[in-house]
Design a protein around this ligand. Sequence first.
Ligand SMILES: NC(=O)c1ccc[n+]([C@@H]2O[C@H](COP(=O)([O-])OP(=O)(O)OC[C@H]3O[C@@H](n4cnc5c(N)ncnc54)[C@H](O)[C@@H]3O)[C@@H](O)[C@H]2O)c1
Length: 322
Amino acid sequence: MAIEGKRIVLTGGAGFIGSQLAKRLVEKNEVVIYDNGHRNALKHASLENHANLTVIWGDVLDREAVSKAIAGSHIVVHLAAIAGVDMVMSMPSHCMRVNLFGTLNVLDACVEHKVSRMVDFSTSEVFGSYVYKAEEHTATQLGEVGESRWTYAVSKLAAEHMTYSYHKEHGIQTVTIRPFNVYGPQQVGIGAIHVFVVRALKGKEILIHGDGNQIRSWCYVDDMVAGALLCLEKEEAVGHVFNIGNPRATITTAHLAEQIKRLSASDSPVVFDEIGYPDVELRIPSIKKAQNILGYRPQVDLEEGLLRTIEWYRRIGMEEDD
Ligand SMILES: NC(=O)c1ccc[n+]([C@@H]2O[C@H](COP(=O)([O-])OP(=O)(O)OC[C@H]3O[C@@H](n4cnc5c(N)ncnc54)[C@H](O)[C@@H]3O)[C@@H](O)[C@H]2O)c1
């Protein structure tokens, strides 16, 4: 059943996924975006001055401001995070602080204000470097201390444990989502497809870190948002963790670059460099649990998703670091 008449807070709602989720919820609900503006996709979301939308610029590390923003809400979706490998590696301690203490502040505010549902965005990175059809109950992997990349996965996994503990101890209805490589229009953070498309459209060199044989399953943003909406709506989702992704849209990074060149009629050269950090070699989700419990079925195949994405970046004329 679609969600209507609720007050819904989206932390990190100005970001890529949050701004698209806001668009889906704002017609029939009161949506509050709470974000510090570290990234901002809202400018592309055509939501300016929407009567049902309030934007509060604030930090999830600010306990009081978080509590104030959440007061009176029915649902909180917690997306605020330091994400993206380059960003995480440039500020690993800040990444851990935001992802851990930010989640704690949001959970405490949910208890204080008796929020009925809290949906937490985690990550597929909690499965580590080799992920073949990993199911939610299979063991997560903690990368070695000293490799900054893993601060993101470790902090997200700790936040998952925290979220579930609040469900057990405080009775909040929590759901955790593990997104697997999301792409599409309005992505403002640096992601492979965003960067490859922008460079292909400008005829610039497409740079691949490593040998290009890394394997990923790519999830079009509309399918991600559809999965998130099911997690907000369904009673059966409560207390669970769900992989949300598209295992059919699986490809090596080198082949992805070639597909983007083909679909955008680009003659950009593809070049490779050394990768200076541990990479994820293989990442394909099992989405059986989301299919069985939520009825989740990704709809957009890779070629269609890439075409839509290319079209959007062509229209907007965005820079790769926008
Ligand atoms: N996009 C993906 O492929 C992907 C994959 C796995 C997990 N995720 C998770 O999904 C969520 C949304 O991802 P996204 O792709 O939209 O990322 P994004 O970077 O576009 O959005 C995150 C938002 O959080 C905000 N933010 C960062 N620090 C903050 C702080 N201290 N206080 C308040 N707001 C803050 C940013 O300004 C940004 O708007 C994140 O939690 C991310 O870790 C995304």
